[in-house]
Design a protein around this ligand. Structure first.
Ligand SMILES: Cc1cc2nc3c(=O)[nH]c(=O)nc-3n(C[C@H](O)[C@H](O)[C@H](O)COP(=O)(O)OP(=O)(O)OC[C@H]3O[C@@H](n4cnc5c(N)ncnc54)[C@H](O)[C@@H]3O)c2cc1C
Length: 493
């Protein structure tokens, strides 16, 4: 069952509000009756419309007049596609689905989100970075697609009569530092990135010192520096812009938590004749929404959501027993001030130790962190920040690399959840082999924000065309979990 805020009690005022607008026959009759009657009608019509909007607002607070949909909060009883999770991934998929038929309502799409404040969602707690410097061609291609999208974000997401979108993009390269031990891998990665068309330069310690004089090059054997398509932006703005645009094209938003799936048939015959107890048609409800396809875009909670659909609940050795290995992992972000720190040209620096930082605005403010080791993984019950982790594990590394940081002062901090794929830290995208109307788009393990725009388009292609066209993401399918084949990304932060 899905617990939602919507109840029948909320529907009645809406029905009353709609009534004045109910007779489409009226206008035609009056139109034929002559010019003065026509003017009267239009004056009357405008008044009726004003009244209608006022009543709609009173009936559903927070609902704006939306000529394409019925209401932004009122979910329909059925949909073609229900997307669970209204983070950046969910809204990107919704947007791209509607882009395929922007002016017709042939495809009914609903996004179900339990928390419109996004208090725990990874999207709004991320640090907003985009880079081309990955080791897997798929990840590089997705970043390059997203960078192009962000460059022309207003062409895609601009809404008529609304102010232009400013995602506050800060163009700035990522600077990866490698020790003697890691230099060969770094060089190999850069070769792959260049083959994919990315502009990345390799710097010797001397070149590094010349470019960024404030870096202590001790222990650095090689560095790679992105020359384009890298930087950071405001995740909230992008999320809101995607949601706004998708809703303006008719996507419905449903506020509620998906807590179970119901199914019409709970038997399914697989290719090898095995009968498994899995739903074919899933129902998500706030009250219930019947649908043909469910997309699991529940971020760090998608492992849990998959379980609700039966994934991973079968006997351990069977196909039905393989879980979606995505779970929350807590990551801290610290913001500090250092008046004599590096200036405007500061890149997003990723130290060989894994510690990273970037400029946060101007005026000597910086933001950064370090992922804990497996043994140090903090409890995920809450989003409390461990301040000692900064003092003991991060600060010494930062101060070694940038001596000016010896005098830094931490000003604020926060924690968020990585949507972590414990199998190989890469996303699981595509259908489940048994529950074939369940699509996955989760497990991005710290790089989902920048890939969301490409992922949305690719998942749309898979749903509507049955194959990928923009970026071939077949290697990220659920099948690799079955085969036990890890697709490892070497540049995980
Ligand atoms: C500290 C930090 C820094 C990061 N930095 C970067 C970065 O620089 N660049 C980058 O690309 N990525 C970064 N990421 C990763 C990125 O934020 C995520 O990969 C991405 O936001 C995932 O988006 P999502 O939509 O899948 O998840 P979310 O944003 O978490 O959205 C999932 C939504 O699903 C909803 N939900 C879950 N279960 C249910 C349910 N049962 N019913 C209804 N709703 C449900 C949740 O409420 C949530 O809003 C970072 C993450 C963190 C935590």
């Amino acid at each position: 069952m899905i617990r939602g805020r919507l109840s029948l009690g909320r529907l009645w005022p809406l029905a009353a509000a709609v009534r004045p607008f109910a007779s489409p026959v009226e206008p035609r009759r009056q139109f034929r009756a002559g010019r003065s009657r026509q003017r009267d009608f239009y004056q009357g019509f405008e008044k009726e419309m004003d009244l209608f909007r006022q009543r709609l607002k009173a009936a559903l607070p927070g609902t704006d007049w939306n000529p394409w949909g019925i209401s932004k909060d009122l979910p329909p009883e059925w949909a073609d596609v229900v997307i669970v999770g209204g983070g950046i991934i969910g809204w990107s998929i919704a947007f791209w689905l509607k882009m395929r038929e922007p002016h017709r309502n042939a495809l009914r799409v609903v996004v179900v989100e339990r928390d419109l404040q996004y208090t725990k969602a990874s999207t709004v707690l991320s640090v907003g970075g985009i880079r081309q410097q990955f080791s897997l061609p798929e990840n590089i291609r997705m970043s390059r697609f997203s960078a192009e999208f962000l460059r022309t974000v207003n062409d895609y997401l601009g809404v008529f009569n609304e102010p232009p979108i400013d995602i506050q993009f800060n163009p700035s390269g990522y600077l990866f530092l490698a020790t003697e031990e890691g230099a060969a891998v770094l060089e190999e990665n850069v070769q792959i990135q260049r083959m994919e068309g990315a502009e990345v330069s390799l710097l010797s310690p001397t070149q590094l010192k010349k470019t960024f004089p404030w870096v202590n090059t001790d222990g650095v054997a090689l560095a790679s520096y992105g020359l384009e398509n890298e930087g950071w932006f405001d995740p909230w703005t992008l999320l809101n812009a995607l949601r706004n645009k998708a809703m303006s094209m008719g996507v419905f938003q449903s506020v509620g938590e998906v807590t179970s799936f119901q199914c019409r048939s709970n038997e399914m015959v697989t290719a090898d004749g095995e009968i498994v107890d899995f739903p074919r048609i899933m129902v998500a409800n706030t009250p219930p929404i019947r649908c043909a396809i469910v997309v699991n875009a529940a971020g760090a909670w998608s492992g849990k959501l998959a379980e609700m659909a039966g994934v991973g609940t079968g006997p351990p050795e069977s196909l039905a027993g393989i879980k979606l290995p995505v779970e929350p992992k807590k990551r801290y972000v610290y913001v500090w001030h250092c008046p004599n720190g590096p200036g405007l040209e500061t890149p997003m620096l990723i130290d060989s130790t894994g510690a990273y930082f970037r400029r946060e605005g101007i005026g000597g403010n910086y933001l950064g962190s370090l992922s804990p080791t497996e043994e140090e993984e903090p409890d995920t019950q809450d989003l409390e920040v461990d301040h000692e982790f900064f003092q003991e594990k991060i600060w010494p590394k930062l101060a070694h690399r940038v001596p000016a940081f010896e005098s830094l002062k931490v000003k604020s901090s926060w924690a968020g959840y990585y949507d972590y794929n414990t199998f190989d830290q890469n996303p699981v995208i595509g259908t489940h082999p048994l529950v074939q109307n369940l699509y996955f788009a989760s497990g991005f393990s710290g790089h989902g924000l920048q890939h969301s725009l490409a992922v949305g388009k690719c998942v749309t292609e898979l749903i509507l065309d049955g194959e990928y066209k923009t970026v071939d993401l077949r290697r990220f399918s659920f099948d690799r979990l079955i085969k036990g084949e890890k697709i490892l990304e070497k540049n995980i932060i």
